[in-house]
Design a protein around this ligand. Structure first.
Ligand code: S3P
Length: 170
């Protein structure tokens, strides 16, 4: 049995954590877990509604619980929500026991992608300046990840190949 560490994708909203995570999991024949989807499954609510009806604090506590539980799985690719890695317990576990990948994009690119995204309450309720500040602040935290993939000038396939190469040589 392959006992390598899990791959964990982190980074801002719109950085492709779910898309890339899923594709990488297929190529490596590993399971795939998208934490946002797990939260929606567990609460039977859309993320937007959780934020609206229960508030961000509630969302973050469910996010922590589900993320820590899912990180116990093996042979898995896990895509965190954009705020998941900000949680100290999640951060500690990810850095200690997993291969973490920050999918990094220029803030302009990300803002274009997530602006007015109805399914992303934080993006929907922020203007460009707020988002830029948020990205600056979060980048410092994301940069603690084991591997950083600068995605701006790469095609999807190139991003995936880079990740697989790192995984196979570590
Ligand atoms: C969030 C990112 C979202 C989702 C929630 C909060 C964030 O996930 O978890 O809307 O704080 O950045 P994606 O990064 O998958 O959009």
């Amino acid at each position: 049995m392959n006992l390598k560490k899990n791959l964990v994708f982190l980074g801002m909203m719109g950085s492709g954590k779910s898309t890339i995570g899923k594709l990488v999991s297929h190529k490596l024949k590993l399971n795939f877990i998208d934490i946002d989807l797990e939260i929606e499954k567990k609460t039977k609510m859309k993320i937007l509604d959780i934020f609206k009806k229960k508030g961000e604090k509630y969302f973050r506590s469910i996010e922590e619980k589900i993320t820590l539980r899912k990180l116990k799985e093996v042979n898995t690719v896990i895509s965190l929500g954009g705020g998941g890695f900000l949680n100290k317990n999640v951060q500690k576990e990810v850095l200690l026991n997993h291969f973490s990948f920050w999918l990094k994009y220029d803030s302009e690119t990300l803002i274009k992608r997530i602006k007015n995204s109805k399914k992303r309450p934080i993006a929907y309720n922020s203007n460009d300046i707020d988002l830029k500040n948020l990205m600056k602040k979060r980048s410092k935290i994301y940069s603690k990840s084991l591997f950083k993939i600068t995605c701006d000038n790469l095609k999807k396939n190139e991003i995936i190949n880079k990740i697989i190469n790192i995984y196979e040589t570590n």
